[in-house]
Design a binder for this molecule. Structure first.
Ligand code: AMP
Ligand code: MG
Length: 271
């Protein structure tokens, strides 16, 4: 289907020199929120069909990686983009603070087991990238240790691609002021208190260090086969349109064909 906006505008080229202040957090693509609604609906409908094809064929697999600062909109993205898809074939793997058992292993151990199986779409809500983000910002391991991880991650993802996994990675790019507003909303609205953590206020103090770590992540690990997109995410509807658009475009390449009719079933009547 014709895309209203071109998601590739936000694709990070390999080996790019990234200054995040050059990457817009607030775009509308010449659309209003109302104009975007039917477009989003049509994209969701197509994503639903494509996901069913993917599941029916049981051959291809898609990994979607979401990274963002706190309040960046990872949960909302999952809800809006995958609305209507079949939960049987769509898995979400969320990566929080590692357990003792996870910390006793290498950092990819807990991640690899959640890579998608044939026919599935798996969404990583946070991912192995935390090991070059929060870990870097808080000096949880020495610089030479996290510094080596970019190469490990490129190789890990290349291995997945070589084995038949399609990968798309989205950095939800919000402004510092938008984060302030979203945190304040979580404080002011009791219904949102469950989302609030005092830790988020602490993390906000490290905003600049996180921006540096995000930029390094984009520079070091956006490849032709496992590209990053820096999605302007201050407007949720625009963010959803870009990500759904890119996933539809990607799935059109690997899951456009419907499951073929079986000629042996011609005329078969159930007694
Ligand atoms: P939430 O997504 O709000 O449930 O928070 C999950 C928390 O886990 C965040 O504060 C992350 O920074 C933290 N986290 C995720 N992965 C790691 C990791 N590998 N090492 C340390 N903290 C992590
Ligand atoms: Mg949180």
């Amino acid at each position: 289907m014709e895309l209203p906006i071109d998601p590739s505008t936000f694709r990070i080229p390999p080996n790019a020199d990234i200054d995040l202040s050059d990457w817009s957090t607030n775009e509308h693509g010449e659309l209003s929120k109302d104009e975007a609604k039917p477009l989003q609906k049509a994209l969701n409908k197509r994503l639903e069909e494509l996901q069913e094809n993917l599941y029916a064929h049981g051959k291809e697999r898609l990994l979607v990686v979401l990274q963002a600062t706190d309040t960046g909109g990872k949960d909302g993205t999952i809800r809006a983009v995958f609305d209507g898809t079949n939960p049987q074939g769509v898995k979400v793997a969320s990566f929080g603070k590692p357990t003792d058992e996870e910390l006793a292993h290498d950092y990819l151990w807990r991640v690899h087991q959640h890579a998608p199986k044939r026919g599935d779409i798996t969404i990583f809500n946070r991912s192995h990238y935390e090991d070059v983000l929060v870990v870097r910002v808080h000096d949880l391991v020495p610089p030479d240790v996290w510094g080596r991880r970019y190469e490990h991650i490129r190789n890990f993802e290349q291995m997945l691609v070589d084995e038949g996994v399609t990968i798309r990675k989205f950095f939800l790019n919000i402004s510092k002021d938008e984060q302030r507003q979203r945190l304040q909303d979580r404080i002011d609205e009791p219904a949102k208190h469950w989302k609030f953590s005092f830790g988020d206020l602490e993390e906000r103090k490290h905003w600049d260090a996180y921006q540096t770590a995000f930029a390094a992540m984009l520079e070091e690990t956006s490849t032709d086969q496992a590209p990053w997109f820096a999605v302007p995410a201050d407007r949720k509807w625009f963010r959803n349109l870009v990500i759904t658009g890119e996933l539809v475009r990607t799935l059109e390449e690997i899951a456009a064909d419907r499951f073929p009719p079986n000629p042996e079933l011609d005329g078969v009547v159930v007694e």
